[in-house]
Ligand binder design. Structure first.
Ligand code: FES
Length: 509
C-alpha cells in the first residue's frame, strides 16, 4: 500500500484519508541552471504561483521542505467565499471605500482562479457551489451582522436576510450569501501539481531553503548540499524563513476541525457560520463515500491555550447542538492574522529586489493564496498588478480597529521576557505519562520532554531556534509550538512550520 500524503501534525485530516502521496522526480542540472523563479513552499499559494509562471513561459523550480500539501493546505477547512474574516466595513475604515472594493475584487479573483483551474485542468476535487448562512445569537451579534450586511452592500455583493437557518441553534437574525463554494484541498493541489509537471515545471521535495544570498541580481538559495540560483524567489510559506519584517506584522493562530457522523443522517447543505468569539462554522463533505459534518473554530494564538482542551470544548459545543454518532476526524491547522487586516503580498521588505512573500491571509487562505499567486506571477512577468500597492508588504497602516492583534502581539514581548526568567511552570520527568510531553526543569535546565508510547524519552532544548522563546507542548498534534511567531517542531525537534529553519537540539542522556 502506498504512503498517505503527509501533514504537519499527528492526527490524520480528512483530506489525507486514502490519498496516496505523489512521487516527484528531482530535475537534473539544478546546480548549473539559473531559474526565472524559485518558489518556496508546496501549498496552494506555491503551486498556483508555479503553474501560472510556468504557463507564462518561465523556467520555474518549486522547493518544498517536506512533501506537497504538508502545511496549512493539508489542514484547511477548505471554504471558498467572497467575503473574508476582515469584513468589508473594517476594510473600509482602514483602507477607504476604494480599498474595500479592491479587496472584494481580489477575493473574488482568488475564488474564480480556483474554479477556472478546476475546469481547465479537469481536477476532480469535489468542487461544489454553496450558499453561506451567517447568523447572530444576541443583540451584540445582531449589530455585527448588520455591519457585515452593510459592508457586503458597499462592495456590491448580494446578500439577504433569512428567517431560517439549517441547524437547530436558536438565533435572532441571519443572512444568506449565494455563490460560495467548497472543495477537497489536497485533491485540488494534486491536480495543480499534475498540470505543473505536465507543463514542464521542476520540483524538489524534502528541500528546506534556509539561507539566501544575492550576487549580480541572481539569488542563491542553499539547501541539502544543493544550490538553486534564481532571478526571483517567492516565499509561499506563510512566514518567510528566519528573522524578517513579517514576524512583526502577522500573528500565528491555530484553528480546529472535527469531522463527525450525525445520528439523524441529515446534513446541512450550506456553509454555516456563527458570530461567537471564537467563532464556529459547519459544513458537509463526503469523504471516502461517507457523509460528514465538519465543524470548526475555537481558534487561539499558537503556543497559547491547551490544544487538548480547545478541541474537547469544540466537541462539547457540537454535542450540545447535534446528536453525534461518532467522531471520525479531529485535527488543527495554522494561519496568520495580519496587523491591519489585509494580507502582505509582494516584495519582502529589507531584502534584495525580486524576493517576494505572501502571508497574513487570516482564515481565508484558499482565495488569498490563489490571488497571491496571480499578483506575484504578474509582478515577475510584467512588474504590474492592480493589487500591488494595496497588499504591499512595505505599507504602514493604522491598527486601531484590530485590537485583538495588538493585545495578542503584546504577549510576544511577554514571552521574550518570561521565557528568560523561568516564569513557566515546570514538572518532574517522572510524571510524564507515555504519549505526553511537558516542559520540565532538570538541574536548573529547561527541557522539552516527550515520552513516547513505548516509554522512550525524547528530550530537547526548548529554546526556539528562531528568536529564542520557549516552545510549548501541543498534545493534539504531538508537536512543540512556539508562542512568539508560530514555529513548530516535532517530537525529535525537526522543524514542522517556519519561520524557524533550524531544528531544536536533542539532549542525549
Ligand atoms: Fe519566533 Fe519561536 S517562532 S521565537
Amino acid at each position: 500500500m502506498k504512503n498517505s500524503i503527509k501533514r504537519d501534525g499527528s492526527p490524520e485530516s480528512a483530506w489525507q484519508h486514502g490519498l496516496p502521496s505523489v512521487t516527484t522526480t528531482r530535475p537534473s542540472k539544478i546546480n548549473e541552471t539559473v531559474y526565472d523563479c524559485l518558489v518556496v513552499g508546496g501549498g496552494i499559494t506555491g503551486l498556483s504561483s508555479a503553474l501560472l509562471l510556468r504557463n507564462a513561459g518561465k523556467n520555474v523550480i518549486l522547493a518544498e521542505a517536506n512533501t506537497i500539501g504538508f502545511g496549512t493546505t493539508g489542514g484547511t477547512s477548505a471554504h471558498i467565499n467572497n467575503f473574508a474574516d476582515t469584513t468589508y466595513k473594517e476594510a473600509e475604515s482602514a483602507f477607504g471605500k476604494e480599498g474595500a472594493s479592491l479587496f472584494a475584487r481580489a477575493i473574488a479573483e482568488g475564488q474564480e482562479l480556483i474554479k477556472t483551474n478546476t475546469a481547465t485542468h479537469q481536477i476532480d476535487c469535489d468542487y461544489e457551489v454553496k450558499t453561506a448562512i451567517v447568523y447572530a445569537e444576541d443583540k451584540e451579534q445582531v449589530d455585527q451582522l448588520t455591519s457585515l450586511f452593510a459592508g457586503l452592500a458597499t462592495v456590491g455583493i448580494p446578500a439577504r436576510f433569512t428567517d431560517t437557518i439549517p441547524v437547530s441553534i436558536p438565533f435572532k437574525k441571519a443572512i444568506s450569501i449565494a455563490n460560495q463554494a467548497q472543495f477537497h484541498p489536497l485533491k485540488y493541489l494534486r491536480g495543480l501539481l499534475k498540470a505543473y509537471m505536465a507543463a514542464g515545471g521542476n520540483i524538489v521535495e524534502h528541500t528546506r531553503i534556509a539561507k539566501v544570498s544575492t550576487e549580480n541580481e541572481n539569488h542563491i538559495a542553499e539547501a541539502n548540499q544543493m544550490t538553486i540560483r534564481a532571478k526571483n524567489i517567492i516565499y509561499a510559506t506563510h512566514m518567510p524563513p528566519n528573522i524578517n519584517a513579517m514576524n512583526l506584522v502577522c500573528a500565528p493562530y491555530r484553528s480546529y476541525v472535527l469531522g463527525v457522523k450525525l445520528q439523524s443522517g441529515e446534513y446541512p447543505d450550506d456553509l454555516i457560520y456563527d458570530l461567537e468569539e471564537p467563532y464556529h462554522y459547519f459544513r458537509t463533505h463526503t469523504v471516502a463515500g461517507e457523509k460528514l459534518l465538519f465543524a470548526g473554530g475555537n481558534d487561539h494564538k499558537t503556543g497559547h491555550e491547551d490544544p487538548e482542551k480547545q478541541i474537547a470544548d469544540l466537541e462539547k459545543y457540537l454535542r450540545k447542538h447535534f446528536y453525534i454518532s461518532s467522531v471520525k476526524y479531529k485535527w488543527s491547522s495554522q494561519y496568520y492574522i495580519p496587523v491591519d487586516g489585509f494580507p502582505y503580498i509582494g516584495q519582502l521588505p529589507f531584502t534584495a529586489k525580486g524576493i517576494y512573500c505572501a502571508t497574513g491571509f487570516n482564515g481565508n487562505g484558499m482565495m488569498l493564496g490563489s490571488v497571491a499567486a496571480k499578483i506575484l506571477s504578474d509582478l515577475i512577468v510584467s512588474g504590474e498588478n492592480i493589487y500591488k500597492d494595496l497588499f504591499d508588504p512595505c505599507r504602514i497602516k493604522p491598527v486601531d480597529s484590530f485590537k485583538e492583534f495588538v493585545s495578542e502581539n503584546a504577549d510576544v514581548a511577554y514571552h521574550f521576557i518570561a521565557d528568560r526568567f523561568n516564569i513557566h511552570e515546570t514538572d518532574s520527568l517522572k510524571r510524564i505519562e507515555p504519549g505526553t510531553g511537558k516542559l520540565i526543569k532538570v538541574e536548573g535546565k529547561k527541557i522539552a520532554a516527550y515520552r513516547d508510547e513505548k516509554g522512550v524519552m525524547h528530550a530537547l532544548n526548548p529554546t526556539c531556534t528562531h528568536m529564542g522563546c520557549i516552545v510549548n507542548w501541543n498534545q493534539e498534534e504531538l508537536s512543540w509550538d512556539c508562542p512568539c511567531h508560530g514555529a513548530r517542531f516535532d517530537i525529535d525537534g525537526k522543524v514542522l512550520t517556519g519561520p524557524a529553519t533550524i531544528d531544536l537540539s536533542q539532549i542525549q542522556e
